[in-house]
Ligand binder design. Structure first.
Ligand SMILES: [Zn+2]
Ligand SMILES: [Zn+2]
Length: 250
């Protein structure tokens, strides 16, 4: 199995890197982000946790503390969360981080029979694939600000894809990290814990923020126009889906 991380620099000052896992098929990769400043680093999500360890993180200075933030508790975003001693996320999904079983992390049935690894590397065996428990060491709420000295991360509560999904805006990098609530591909709003109505509300919130680029959990980076267009296309699609009578969107 191919080891290591694929690294793209998306901002020079502050230093922001977009990471993904080399062993995962390109179309199945999740993206996670490393922000390094002179005092502290922050890792937003940690992929599937396959083919790399904490020492593979491309840090300039490796002895500064690294705070790990989870945008939500799905299997493809929390694979290495337990490796960090400082673990932050929204309280709404705190029970899942503490006990990340296949059902709670949406690994089941998502992983069953799905070809995640590169050709020739076989398939992930669900009976042996486990995510280590990573109880949160602190919780994040809407409006919280994580101060990284040369950069800040503002917490924006954006539920809908999952009940505790957060986005993080970094004004110094002109970026918003949107994970799975906003990306170019299909936005899952019908899985356990998801709510289409909340995704729509979260999109309204994201639309009102100041950012030049959205850094999502899947697919390409989106410039502001692309991000706004994606939210419009999602809303239009929701509007065209006929719901049975007496069924609320929530
Ligand atoms: Zn997700
Ligand atoms: Zn995902």
């Amino acid at each position: 199995m191919k080891r290591g991380l694929i690294v793209e620099a998306i901002c020079r000052q502050p230093r922001v890197l977009r990471l993904s896992e080399a062993c995962i098929r390109p179309q199945e990769r999740s993206y996670f982000y490393l922000i390094e400043t002179t005092t502290r680093s922050c890792l937003i999500d940690s992929g599937w946790g396959l083919g790399w360890t904490i020492t593979d993180l491309p840090l300039h200075v490796s002895d500064r503390p690294v705070t790990a933030i989870a945008t939500h508790s799905h299997v493809d975003h929390i694979g290495r969360l337990a490796a960090f001693s400082d673990r932050l996320a929204h309280a709404e999904e705190s029970a899942v981080y503490a006990a990340p079983d296949h059902e709670a992390t949406q690994a089941w049935p998502y992983l069953e029979g799905r070809q995640l690894l590169n050709e020739g590397d076989g398939q992930i065996n669900l009976s042996t694939y486990e995510i280590a428990p990573a109880p949160l060491t602190g919780t994040l709420s809407d409006g919280d600000v994580i101060d990284l000295t040369e950069a800040r991360l503002e917490v924006v509560y954006t539920p809908g894809h999952s009940p505790g999904s957060i986005s993080l805006r970094c004004p110094e990098a002109d970026l918003v990290f949107t994970a799975d609530v906003l990306h170019a591909g299909p936005i899952y709003d019908n899985i356990p814990g998801a709510s289409r109505a909340q995704v729509l509300t979260s999109h309204e919130r994201l639309s009102s923020l100041d950012f030049a680029y959205a850094a999502p959990g899947h697919g390409p980076m989106l410039n502001r126009a692309q991000a706004l267009a994606r939210m419009t296309s999602y809303r239009d699609l929701c509007g065209s889906i006929r719901l049975p009578t007496n069924t609320s969107l929530a």
